[in-house]
Ligand binder design. Structure first.
Ligand code: PA5
Length: 445
């Protein structure tokens, strides 16, 4: 379903360099599979494609059917790992224009992933006169951005449907026991789904966090899990020659050692945009710590060849690219002939548009290679849920190995707290008084 093509690493990474890292890669693989490394209390995602809660999985499908039947709009409230996976999956398997397509599933809007009054006001106005359900997702149950959005949408639903009616339209995905959201939901009688203790936000797309919104979009979540399961089985044994996840992790670290400290994930389809965002969080939060890490960036070509292309071709040579090429893009379109040929394009008339897109891809890879940018090519068969499940698991598994090779704990995110503490202090949250005084002196003094 996914193939790693290393042809365009030629001259940048040698077989000997890969061999030299064998022992570090094998150690990292063992740590991940046997749970013997740092952060091993967050490895629940490793066997998840097989060991998921089947009873909850069935409940997710039932809830999704109910939402599909009684809602024009599903509002998914969550931030970071609590929304990116679902949004990426919906755009990849359906469309970035999902809400504008003719379909028998509800529109899906994402809220609580920013603190923008504009975004919230616009969404409220879109919801006017529509039947709505809400899926609020927060593992901690205390994150400010989704908490504000949930406060607003909960009161909207209560106003529209009454306390009892709202109860049937609010679905909560959170910790099984801890946190304000769980306590509040139990009291209110909302249906709840679990973010397992041992699965961190950015690794949670195959739990209820991702699965409920994905199922509401009409995507086959059985196939998604099966694709991930295939990947899990293929990657569980260490095989430096054939394990694509291990090789990807190894190659990234070799390139980093040569000063290539920025990786750009490249797609050639607009439906890749949110998958790029999901990937950036996965790698950024997992590896960017202790002064280490590869900076994860992303582009969608050919669009961004007209904005970022110059830099990639010719700027600082600290870059490498990982290109995701979808073999079957999911649509056929033939370029029409124009008898007058006023635009001079008849040399490609009758060609599939995808042929031109893929030619742009090959041409760009070679040009960037010539400009000193190593390229890794990941061939994905198609946009099916099974291929996506495989791809997402591939990236998760490779991320764990890569982080261990790098020498960090890939499963914590201590740096995310810094802005929160400052924000709480400046907003006057009780308990932060001393910090508030100190910060105000720094900022306004
Ligand atoms: O990966 C992570 O842990 C984070 O991105 C979280 O998902 C994000 O901060 C949201 O946290 P929570 O689900 O607790 O609201």
């Amino acid at each position: 379903m996914v193939k790693l093509n290393e042809k365009f690493l030629h001259g940048f990474v040698s077989a000997e360099e890969i061999e030299n890292i064998r022992s570090a890669a094998s150690d990292a693989h063992t740590k991940l599979v046997n749970g013997t490394g740092e952060g091993n209390d967050f490895l629940g995602w490793v066997r998840l494609p097989e060991n998921y809660d089947k009873e909850e999985f069935a409940r997710i499908k039932i809830a999704a059917e109910r939402i599909k039947q009684n809602s024009d709009i599903l509002v998914v409230i969550g931030i970071g790992g609590s929304y990116l996976g679902a949004r990426a999956a919906i755009e990849f398997c359906k469309s970035p224009l999902y809400n504008n397509l003719k379909k028998d599933t509800p529109d899906i809007y994402f809220a609580g992933n920013n603190i923008s009054p504009t975004a919230l006001t616009e969404l409220l106005s879109i919801c006017e006169g529509k039947d709505i359900s809400v899926n609020v997702i927060s593992k901690s149950g205390t994150t400010t951005e989704p908490a504000i959005a949930f406060r607003v949408f909960k009161s909207l639903l209560v106003e529209k449907y009454g306390e009892d009616g709202a109860k049937d339209r609010i679905f909560v995905t959170t910790d099984k026991a801890r946190g304000t959201l769980k306590q509040f939901s139990d009291k209110a009688g909302y249906e709840t789904f679990v973010v397992p203790d041992e699965v961190g936000g950015r690794f949670s797309v195959l739990t209820a966090v991702g699965l409920l919104p994905i199922a509401c979009a009409g995507i086959d979540i059985d196939a998604l899990m099966l694709g991930a399961q295939t990947a899990m089985k293929q990657f569980e044994s260490f095989d430096l020659d054939n394990n694509a996840a291990v090789r990807y992790a190894v190659i990234r670290n070799i390139l980093l050692g040569k000063g290539k400290n920025t990786e750009i994930l490249v797609g050639y389809e607009p439906y890749m945009l949110m998958l790029n965002e999901w990937w950036k969080q996965l790698y950024g939060e997992s590896e960017g710590k202790d002064g280490k890490g590869i900076f994860p960036a992303s582009v969608v070509f050919s669009t961004d060849l007209h904005s970022m292309g110059q830099y990639i071709q010719d700027g600082q040579r600290n870059l490498f690219e990982t290109v995701i090429s979808v073999d079957n893009p999911g649509a056929e379109f033939v370029i029409p002939n124009d008898p007058a040929n006023v635009d001079g394009l008849n040399f490609i008339a009758g060609r599939e548009l995808d042929y031109v897109n893929k030619t742009a891809q090959t041409a760009t890879i070679v040009a960037h290679n010539d400009g000193g940018v190593p390229n890794l090519l990941l061939n994905v068969a198609d946009r099916t849920p099974a291929s996506l499940g495989y791809l997402m698991y591939f990236f998760e598994f490779a991320c764990g190995i890569s982080g261990y090779i790098l020498g960090v704990n890939p499963f914590n995110q201590p740096g995310v707290e810094a802005y929160k503490k400052n924000m709480f202090a400046l907003l006057g949250k009780p308990g932060y008084e001393d910090m508030k005084n100190e910060l105000e002196a720094r900022i306004f003094g």
